[in-house]
Design a binder for this molecule. Sequence first.
Ligand code: NAD
Length: 480
Amino acid sequence: MSNTIRITVAEGDGIGPEIMESVLAILQSAGAPLEFDRVELGQRAYLKGHPTGIPAAAWEVIRRNKVMLKSPITTPQGGGYKSVNVTLRNTLGLFANVRLCKAYTPYVQSPYPGMNLVIIRENEEDLYAGIEHQQTREVTQALKLITLPGSEKIIRYAFEYTRAYGRKKVTCMTKDNIMKITDGLFHKTFDRVAREYPDVRADHQIIDIGAARVAAQPTSLDVIVTPNLYGDILSDIAAQVAGSVGLAGSANIGWESAMFEAVHGSAPDIAGKDIANPSGLLVAAVEMLVHIGQPEIAQRIKNAWLVTLEDGIHTADIYRSGLSQRAVGTRAFTQAVIDRLGRVPEQLEPVSYHGTGIHFTLSLLPPAQKELVGVDVFLDWSASHRDPLALAKQLEVVQEASLPLQWITNRGVKMYPDPVAGAYATDHWRCRFLSANSRIDYAQVLSLLQRIHAVPLEVIKTENLYTFDGEAGFSSGQGE
Ligand code: NAD
């Protein structure tokens, strides 16, 4: 066959093989120009001794084809096994997780008829970088990493997705009223990229009120783009609120590769019984078709599926007497969708997809002028009843005129000068040395650290303070 696209197919475990058979039959009947390379992932691979559940032969096919449709996998109990999904995400750089949360009322019950939102979650950065340290007996920390290219990639993807799926609005959710530098970078990048998509409405909401709206007024939202941790929490709230977890598909998108799957698991309790609903995987396969530039076929399948729901032909998991017309198994449901190819729903909103797939490039920003202007020195210190004045006295002795001690904080709370009344102190102190008006040399930082070490005080880490094009690249002290 010419002009066909080869995709990797992983049948998975439990109900995986039967729902995959159903979805492939629908793709073929709809005339999707696809060829399928099957790979064995999951339980059988784990049991053959592959700790990631992905044998080398499967990797070769996955990397070559770049696009993959995957059934759920049973993760064996007990230690030593790595999640297939985490391995795929990390190895293939799948930076975006996309989850459609939609209500199909009145055919499938949901507390929010009309809900139809997509959550696009950054998948690689933020607190999930896993960089954690215990620094003192009392204090631990996790590093929250938000990068310019990481933010731009996910935000551009969200705007391109919005166009490809004929949607109207992208809402960015962050907490940049508190995290002005990390979440601030995400928000600023959103504002910059949004200007290049004048046909798409763009707004920003603080994540706490945004999450409340996902839970209580989800119909006011269309596409949400957000950093990793917020997105993780939001996508579970939204899936529950939509009331259709069994019908939800999920896409994991990378720069080169992409993986599409159902949101649900391998359902071993109903495996092999011709009961499973193939809809989650089918919805994911529709997203895959749009991604690879086959919007007409994607639209044809999705509309036939909506007609099937509308005709009340339902698998047991969504069957409700009074709402449903006919209870069917996996195979009969599959045939019902195939029989309806070419039709559009009358009550549920038909879908309409556009474009030639989702492609974009990142912008090249001019390099900024970066200057070192100070240092935050973190100390493990519990002496002198943790009296900040006693610590400040020792540090004032070692400071130099061009790099003076500006303040000391504990858990971000000002302790010196002008301590916040009633604040309690841990054993973890941040001491800021900041040049009043000029750049400094890193050798000054090293010699300051040597003098602090000689006091003796225990330095546990430092953070250099830089300006970028004259703007501070560090948060100010509380109250400044
Ligand atoms: P599950 O989603 O497999 O099952 C939860 C309940 O939903 C069960 O009663 C099941 O019968 C039902 N169900 C799920 N999908 C259905 C479908 N398509 N049609 C009809 N009913 C359906 O969740 P679980 O029981 O917690 O997990 C089972 C296994 O799946 C575990 O090994 C878990 O690790 C794995 N899992 C894999 C993935 C993945 O590969 N992406 C995701 C989640 C769970």
